[in-house]
Design a protein around this ligand. Sequence first.
Ligand code: CIR
Length: 261
Amino acid sequence: MHKSYQFTHALCRAPATSVTDGLRATDQGDPDPMAFAAEHAAYVSALRAAGCTVTVLPADEAFPDSVFIEDPALVLNGTAIVLRPGAPSRIGEAAALRPSLIATMNDVIDLETNGFVDGGDILCTDDRVLLGLSARTNQQGADDLRPIVESLGYSLDVLQTPPEILHFKTESSLLDAETVLATPALKSAGAFKGLNVIETVDGEEAAANAIRVNDHVFLSAGHPQTAEKLTAAGYSVKVLNTSQAALVDGGLSCMSLRYSV
Ligand code: CIR
């Protein structure tokens, strides 16, 4: 059992109509809530088709970015760690999510810190947690997360995400127990020691926010050469539309917490 990509369950949150106020680095227009809902429903269907029992929490209008449920929590071995998101408008998402984590996970641990950690900055293998420092995740958060991660049987590597990248996993994802998909920029930052790296094709950097779910790699649409590269490497690629999420800097990994109980 590869706990880093084999999952029985996933937890999602329906997009709020307030997602039109979602954070973004560059404004390319607001997402359309109806189109986002359809995109999200297709994503949930794909998780179910890949073998996950999916719980979809109701939209939380108080938090425009709450569809990106990966950021306020991390799940390791069925234990949820309630994180402390680094964007002021998102910090309250952790407390809002906590009761649902208690209802669904084996155990819940609170990250007690004055620092910050976003789940989007964390990539897990079967026994390693790679944490990228970013505008959302700082050293204090990393230091306070360390004992929790180690108590759950993982090592923690703290890395520096290049400043132009929102989250560590904006530009990387796990493909199997030893292999990641990453942009050349993140690879050359030296983040993936001990792992094989497949690079996204030039111009297709946004493909790096993929997810491996059981037998499939979910890849966002519009990246045909990277899809071909992954198929040639033996992965079963499932292409999903993420055009609405992309307008607010979100992608495939951000929209679920994948876990096994
Ligand atoms: C944000 O800026 O926080 C959201 N608009 C996007 C979060 C994407 N999450 C992720 O990469 N894990």
